[in-house]
Design a protein around this ligand. Sequence first.
Ligand SMILES: Cc1ncc(COP(=O)(O)O)c(C=O)c1O
Ligand SMILES: N[C@@H](CCSC[C@H](N)C(=O)O)C(=O)O
Length: 454
Amino acid sequence: MSGSSKLTGLGKAFQSLDLDGHDLPPSPAPSTPRNGRKYALATELVYTEGNDQYNASSVPIYQSATFKQTSATGGGGEYDYTRSGNPTRTHLERHLAKIMNASRALVVSSGMGALDVITRLLRPGDEVVTGDDLYGGTNRLLKYLATNGGIIVHHVDTTNPEKVREVVNAKTSMVLLETPTNPLIKIVDIPTIASITHTAAPSAIVAVDNTMLSPLLQNPLDLGADIVYESGTKYLSGHHDLMAGVLAVNDSALGEKLYFSINASGCGLSPFDSWLLLRGIKTLGVRMEKQQANAQRIAEFLEEHGFKVRYPGLKSHPQYDLHWSMARGAGAVLSFETGDVNVSERIVESARLFAISVSFGCVNSLISMPCRMSHASIDAKTRKERNMPEDIIRLCIGIEDVDDLIDDLSRALVQAGAVNVTIDGFHARGNGHTLGEADDSAQEATASSSSSTM
Ligand SMILES: Cc1ncc(COP(=O)(O)O)c(C=O)c1O
Ligand SMILES: N[C@@H](CCSC[C@H](N)C(=O)O)C(=O)O
């Protein structure tokens, strides 16, 4: 590494990230250590505090459904039944609380399970304000609650805090945010929206889905959120070998309510998956460093070749400064447009190293068409209303050699006829930019609000 330009502020693991010749982000948002943290986040990820009687280096998997008690009145140890609590799960939850600057973290069987636990705080008639670019599963659960649970859901352009201000009122119980959004990579101003919400509706809860960045790169609790949740299936675990959801809070009464739902509904994470997740978290720092460096190179490569690329590591991202005021990195998910759905389909199917899969945050790279895959549960009419380009391709970058990834992508672009090849190289075939222009609603804040009580 030549290394005169370094990304600073992310702890030692990130100080070797060589960005020479590439976009250098502004000073990233600092991580304010609380909850017993002594070291940089990348160091803290590796060390968990255990009290195993044999000083085991890897926390044991307590693969037991029930625990022996010493009396008929329930005397004994800390645990009685794994649905209610398990030592391996507790170990993971304490580790996550430390990493997430939270007083309490809880783990459940999937990211959607985490959102389900949060929505159990709602009652019929409650109002929820949320974004118009959301992960498809989130949209589906909210639609279900609007249809069957008597919840009123307002979808607004959360990239414009004024749109949130217009709709938040005393009946608002929850504001649900995602940033960066999946898959349009729009950025939402968490501190401003949290402040608007807490002023207009003091008892409303601001919940933030942090899946797209992980606690290593962004901590919504430090930015004013009441609850942060994420899919542990993604960056935290990093190997596509488990499903998990994480919730964290700094309010003990709120933490108790969430725990009550987890115990009552039985969605707590299993001991084995808790152990796998703990193992994954230890390498999050080094994985993310490589994934982000690769993603930055690939985003620049696509942009240089004339594609409209959405990635917060690019200076061309219209909310670049806002993103870097909240986050310590850009993550490893980017999307781009080709101007033609059929061309996009051919690119996806021509790639060899990039697997055609949903999910992201893993060590291997993925390619997908969100409108047909991860976000297919949002109907075509709604996708159109929300300016979701049908041709959008999402890339989730892994830890492979970046030149291999670029070679694979170049070959796929040429094979799919997405570029004009000349003696000097190649360039997006005409409309990589033009199609995307209609979709710049995020910045122009023109998207209209819509409410749903279905
Ligand atoms: C942004 C986001 N939030 C939540 C989820 C749900 O996570 P899980 O698949 O672990 O249920 C996903 C993906 O599935 C996601 O992309
Ligand atoms: N068939 C699944 C699709 C999961 S999408 C997973 C992930 N969040 C992503 O964005 O790729 C479903 O219907 O939930």
